[in-house]
Write a protein that binds this ligand. Structure first.
Ligand code: NAD
Length: 494
């Protein structure tokens, strides 16, 4: 096994003093220095200055000032800049992928092929919306007494400055979902990356400046979410909040924004289910479970954590699954052959371990994994839990780690009820060769996205977002337009 060589550009970037990107300029700021740790080694790789009120005021003022020019720029010019940024990300693919892997522990192959390549695809997708965001011209029915006529139409106006709050699991792609949607609609943005992954969006913002984005259109502030979040949300120039992250933080963000009647999009966690029907072979079920639950060590918001398997295949599937998962060797995520990287940070590792220990103490059976290998980084072995019942803690609570909870069912209808018996509804999947059942069950499953014979894949053309406790609003597709614009009605007498 051998690691890819870190590019000189990455080393040079890490050695600089870092903080924020405001009004087209990189500012280290003067706040406290926060260590940024490589989760594969538990070693500090760089530091970043925390932002505070001063940086928030500067970033919001820059974004407000840039808004007028950006909103009135010809829409195709905005689209052209997004395309240029996509090209720049493509050119800097390896540099950004390495930065992502060093900060989040994501396998380098995933950082390149998923994080970067998808970010490029989303940027191009949103660029394609330039010139296509339109209102309507409905027929009016006002009576005419003296021959006068009426014409009414609607336009979509950009909201203003959008505050985007980003988690650590896809530090570029999720930021791009928010940023590109806002920008193509004519909004400007202030982004707040996770404390654990502060660098990639700083670099993306610099690249945006280099390809010609006007100063102030994209701003990035790093630091403590508990401090910066409220400062940004409560700022009078914040016209909209878009948040992706955990349920508790999302609820706080939602309350703060709603108290000020500000529109808010919440993409929160879940406890996603995968339902396998009996017509699938053991091999198909095992492959499906790994795809649904264990990619990126389960640190994908749409990943499945609740698995419902037909009783007659249950034991055999779990036996083969455990063999397969146990064969994954933990290693350096910078190694292109590595299949099992670390969790993204120490706090997350502790959370996952604690939840599995709790499940064990409550009587759930750990069939494989259930602990960390003897390595310095924040590794946790892929874990299979045979749970006692649908009431087990880990059938309710998100681990956001490589931990699947498995329950056998006798009756499909009963399994379907259990799939829906959750306070969350981000995503789910149903696996079968029976097309009729696939379509019927996908109609009945209560989730924002239902996959058939696949799980976790997203496409820019299909909206993504949750229902119930998993949030509100939709990213991409055409659905984003209503989240980043407001309708104006114009009526003319002539
Ligand atoms: P988190 O909620 O801890 O943090 C998310 C962001 O919120 C970070 O930038 C953080 O600094 C900031 N923050 C913290 N406190 C805040 C506050 N009081 N006000 C405003 N912002 C605050 O989440 P995380 O641990 O970074 O990410 C993991 C979670 O994200 C998981 O629960 C996962 O399911 C969820 N997630 C959801 C989606 C989705 O699209 N639905 C996608 C990815 C991740």
């Amino acid at each position: 096994m051998s690691e890819v060589a870190i590019l000189p550009a990455v080393n040079a970037f890490l050695q600089r003093e870092h903080g924020h990107y405001i009004n087209g300029i990189s500012h280290p700021g003067q706040g406290e220095l926060r260590p940024v740790v490589n989760p594969a080694t538990a070693q500090q790789i760089a530091q970043v200055h925390d932002g505070g009120d001063e940086e928030v005021q500067a970033a919001m003022a820059a974004a407000r000032q840039a808004f007028t020019g950006w909103a009135s720029m010809p829409t195709l010019s905005r689209g052209a800049l997004l395309l240029k940024l996509a090209d720049a990300l493509e050119q800097h693919r390896e540099e950004l992928a390495q930065l992502e892997t060093l900060c989040s522990g994501k396998l380098i192959t995933l950082s390149r092929g998923l994080e970067l390549d998808q970010s490029v695809a989303y940027l191009r997708y949103f660029a394609g919306w330039a010139g296509k965001i339109t209102g309507e011209t409905p027929e009016l029915s006002l009576p005419s007494f003296h021959g006068e006529k009426y014409r009414g139409f609607t336009t979509r106006e950009p909201l203003g400055v959008v505050v985007g709050i980003i988690p650590w699991n896809f530090s570029i792609m999720i930021a791009v979902w928010k940023m590109a949607a806002a920008l193509v609609c004519g909004c400007t943005v202030v982004l707040k990356p996770s404390e654990f992954t502060p660098f990639t969006m700083l670099r993306v913002a610099q690249l945006a400046g280099e390809v010609g984005f006007p100063p102030g259109v994209i701003n990035v502030i790093n630091g403590n979410g508990g401090l910066l979040g409220p400062l940004l949300i409560n700022h009078p120039d914040c016209a909209k909040v878009t948040f992706t992250g955990s349920v508790p933080t999302g609820r706080a963000v939602g309350s703060a924004a709603s108290a000020l009647a500000k529109p808010v999009t919440l993409e929160l966690g879940g406890k996603n289910a995968a339902l396998f029907l009996n017509d699938m072979s053991t091999e198909e079920i095992v492959a499906g479970i790994i795809e649904a639950g264990y990619v990126n060590q389960g640190q994908i918001c749409a990943a499945a954590e609740r698995f419902y398997l037909p009783a007659e295949k249950f034991d055999r599937v779990l036996e083969v699954l455990c063999q397969r998962l146990s064969s994954l060797q933990p290693g350096s995520p910078l190694d292109e052959q590595c299949q099992l990287g670390p969790l993204a940070n120490r706090a997350h590792l502790e959370k996952v371990s604690k939840l599995v220990d709790q499940a064990r103490s409550e009587g759930d059976e750990v069939l494989c994994g259930g602990g960390s290998p003897d390595l310095p980084g924040y590794y946790y072995l892929p874990t299979v839990l045979k749970v006692r019942s649908a009431d087990s803690t880990l059938m309710q609570q998100e681990t956001f780690g490589p931990v699947g909870s498995f329950l056998a069912y006798q009756d499909e209808e009963q399994a379907l009820k259990q799939v829906n018996d959750s306070p969350f509804g981000l995503a789910a999947s149903v696996w079968t060769h029976d097309l009729s059942k696939a379509l019927r069950y996908s109609e009945q499953i209560k989730a924002g996205t239902v996959w058939v014979n696949m799980h976790t894949f997203l496409d820019p053309a299909l909206p993504f977002g949750g229902i119930k406790g998993s949030g509100n609003g939709r990213e991409f597709g055409s659905a984003f337009i209503q989240d980043y614009t407001r309708l104006k009605s114009v009526m003319v007498r002539y």
